[in-house]
Design a protein around this ligand. Structure first.
Ligand code: PEP
Ligand code: MN
Length: 350
């Protein structure tokens, strides 16, 4: 349920509503709109007659039932788009923001070359995994804390904010010392203790959609983070598992457009994991921007054939730069802005 306050409601009246909720073992989260405050009621069950009782309180205009099981993440609760700020980058506004970088941090040299390459092409944030959730326990599982140190160093050198994955609640404090954004990987989307732990921080979170998660389950995962007090959540579609085997995953652009409609959170798209094939990354990046994605997260590597993870879906730095030039055209066509290198002219990915 949502409690809509009158335009002139005082801070004291809002406090009174929160106090009444507390008496009923419920809690409220306030969204201050331009005209009025909205209080989202959290907890259940809500007793019969509750709405009328709330509407009788001074300063309350009306109560509304939220039709979706997720509340804080829903547009009904928060009609205007949320903008997530990472250093000087605003995600969820006019700009289409591109996060570029390797799947895994492999060495100082590899990370530095990639970071400079993607930054010079217009990427606004640097991605790279130090803790890698690999399908096989025998595959390269990341450099651990040394990888985090390299990310922080290269981030400083290039001025790019860092996005890196955290896999367990126990690592949140450590990873939080190095990163600007916590990435929650697809395999951990329903690790509720991890979601709650990042929810207790004030670091922005990029929440990948689980391999077999419905859109509703994905939004409820966002709700777990937000219910702990961290509103800075970005959703990321990265492909789901279907009967199709020609591509690594089925990149669900329905989910991008749908999540934009039902949620106020920024929605990013990951065409690298969504397709698993570098040849498909550019066309699907363009499609994701065209259907409303607020940004992309794209894997790039100076030498994809030698990458320790996800080489088959990683763009060379040259192809990354070409993608950026093409993407700007699509961004502009749908009324968005996007940063790119002025030096590059549009040429097809080869
Ligand atoms: C990644 O970003 O490298 C990754 C492991 O992604 P996902 O969790 O979407 O598979
Ligand atoms: Mn990867």
């Amino acid at each position: 349920m949502i409690i809509v306050m009158q335009p002139g409601a005082t801070a004291m009246q809002i406090e009174d509503v929160l106090a009444r909720l507390a008496e009923l073992d419920l809690s409220g989260q306030i969204t201050q709109g331009e005209e009025r405050a909205i209080i989202g009621v959290l907890g259940s069950p809500i007793v019969p007659g509750f709405g009328a009782a709330m509407e009788a309180l001074p300063g309350v205009e009306k109560t509304l039932r939220v039709s979706k099981p997720y509340k804080l993440a829903s547009r009904e609760f928060h009609p205007t788009p949320t903008i997530v700020h990472v250093r000087d980058v605003a995600i969820g506004g006019d700009e289409v923001v591109v996060i570029g970088g390797p799947c895994s941090v492999e060495s100082a040299e590899q990370l530095r070359r990639t970071a400079h390459g993607v930054r010079d092409a217009g990427a606004r944030l640097l991605r790279g995994g130090a803790y890698k959730p690999r399908t096989s326990p025998y595959a390269f599982r990341g450099m651990g804390e040394r990888g985090l140190e390299l990310l922080a160093q290269v981030g400083q050198e290039t001025g790019l904010g860092i996005v890196t994955e955290v896999m367990t609640p126990a690592d949140v404090a450590l990873v939080g010392q190095y990163t600007d954004v916590f990435q929650i990987g697809a395999r951990n989307m329903q690790n509720y203790l991890l979601l709650e732990e990042v929810g207790r921080s004030q670091t922005p979170v990029l929440l990948k959609r689980g391999l077999s998660a419905t859109i509703e389950e994905w939004l409820l995962a966002a709700e777990y983070i937000m219910a702990q007090g961290n509103p800075q959540v970005m959703l990321c579609e990265r492909g789901i598992r279907t009967f199709e085997t020609a591509t690594r995953n089925t990149f669900d652009l329905n989910a991008v457009a749908y999540a934009k409609r039902v949620s106020h959170l920024p929605v990013l798209a990951d065409p690298s994991h969504g397709t698993g094939k570098w040849q498909l990354v550019t066309p699907l990046s363009l499609a994701a921007i065209a259907c409303g994605a607020d940004g992309l997260i794209v894997e790039a590597h100076p030498d994809p054939d030698r990458a320790l993870s996800d080489g088959a879906q990683s763009l060379t730095l040259e192809n990354f730069a070409r993608l950026m030039v093409q993407a700007v055209g699509v961004a502009q066509a749908v009324g968005r802005t996007m940063q790119t290198s002025a030096a590059m002219s549009a040429s097809p990915v080869v």
